[in-house]
Design a binder for this molecule. Structure first.
Ligand code: G3I
Length: 354
């Protein structure tokens, strides 16, 4: 019986959550319906699930999420049309089954490039045609900037890049526009894109694409962040550049880990997490939502990468780095039983009654 988040922010932006199909029933579904007006698939709309084999599309899991969004009058984000991860190998094999990236013959490399761009077109067209009346925002390309050891432009040297250069990025947007129509809202999405040097690489790429007439409507900041990183000033500067470019901004995968990086994973039982850590996290939510509200004319959607602390990809990360292989994170504003945390009151700008 706490106030609904979506009602509270209805004049500012949509409030979203990433979901797996099994979360669309039971208590998590009740929380979704009461607090959220936008959803996105955590995994089942990625290339490996949607087109596991060439020309064999699998809509079953994705359809469940689309139906839930429609039945409950929610916005739907599509994640993700093109990505280098969670994509089946066949995309990057030539007709003989050889890896396209290994090809040295110039003629054959050209043929491979055409073949891969044809596959891209089929993938994007088929999905966009099916869901264009359901989807409110498309992650057209995801994580095309590298933050490891980037090349000069910071572009990720994935198979997509090695085989087509930056052509795949343009083509993905063009095909999504062609089949999705003028109303389709097309996003480029990335993580750590508020910190140097990735912030510049991301900005330079997007402004070049816009200048070239590539149909981009908005930028996604995944926002997998930590208690002390990035600073709120870095986030603010990163967002404001895109306001000046006239693009919509969405926060697409928000979570606030209770650890630094790499995660220490020192808490493997949820009730061992100290109150002071949760209180620091609440302060972080306060400054983030203050910033989002300040820029709300240009931010249309804030989506969390999950619902409550019972289900988060960060548990895997915490476990990988913990001493005994078990780690628990707690990134959201609802706890493992969907009770509100200090972070909930913080994001809502309410006094915590507890
Ligand atoms: O589907 C298999 C299942 O058959 C198998 O039994 C099980 C055993 O581990 O694994 C299942 O696959 C897992 C998959 O999620 C579906 O649950 C993978 O191991 C696991 O690695 C995968 O993790 C996902 C990750 O993307 C993969 O890249 C996370 O759930 C998902 O939250 C995460 O989401 C990404 C965004 O798409 C992009 N931005 C970063 C974000 C966090 O990494």
């Amino acid at each position: 019986d706490v106030p609904s988040m979506k009602e509270h922010f209805k004049e500012s932006f949509k409030i979203g959550a990433a979901v797996e199909p099994h979360q669309l029933e039971g208590e998590s579904a009740d929380v979704l319906k009461y607090h959220y007006n936008s959803i996105v698939a955590e995994n089942v709309m990625k290339p490996e699930t949607i087109q596991p084999e060439e020309d064999e599309f699998n809509w079953e899991e994705a359809d469940k999420i689309v139906e839930f969004a429609n039945e409950n009058d929610m916005d739907l984000r599509f994640h993700t049309l093109i990505w280098h991860s969670q994509i089946p190998d066949w995309f990057f094999l030539d007709e003989e089954g050889n890896p396209m990236v290994d090809e040295t013959d110039e003629e054959k490399r050209k043929e491979n490039k055409e073949l891969l761009l044809d596959r891209l077109e089929t993938h994007v067209r088929t999905i966009v045609e099916r869901y264009k009346d359901d989807v409110d925002a498309w992650d057209v390309v995801n994580e095309v900037i590298d933050d490891g050891e980037p090349n000069e432009q910071g572009l990720r040297e994935s198979p997509w890049y090695k085989i087509t250069g930056t052509e795949y990025i343009k083509r993905a947007f063009e095909v999504a526009r062609e089949y999705g129509g003028e109303d389709a809202k097309l996003f480029i999405n990335d993580y750590n894109n508020e910190v140097s040097p990735k912030d510049d690489h991301f900005y330079n790429l997007v402004s070049d694409l816009v200048e070239d007439g590539v149909p981009i409507d908005g930028v996604g900041f995944q926002s997998h962040i930590q208690l002390g990183w990035p600073t709120i000033e870095e986030s603010k500067e990163a967002f404001e550049r895109f306001v000046d470019l006239g693009l919509d901004i969405q926060v697409t995968e928000l979570d606030v880990s209770i650890y630094g990086w790499p995660p220490s994973g020192e808490y493997n039982r949820y009730d061992e997490i100290p109150a002071e850590v949760l209180s620091k996290q609440a302060d972080r939510y306060t400054e983030l939502f203050d910033l989002y509200k300040e820029l709300d004319a240009n931010i249309s959607n804030i989506t969390f990468w999950g619902i409550g602390d019972d289900h988060t990809w960060l548990d895997d990360r915490a476990s990988e780095h913990s001493d005994d292989g078990v780690g628990k994170d707690a990134p959201f504003v609802f706890d493992t039983e969907f009770n509100v945390k200090p972070a909930y009151y913080a994001m809502m700008g309410m006094e915590n009654p507890n």
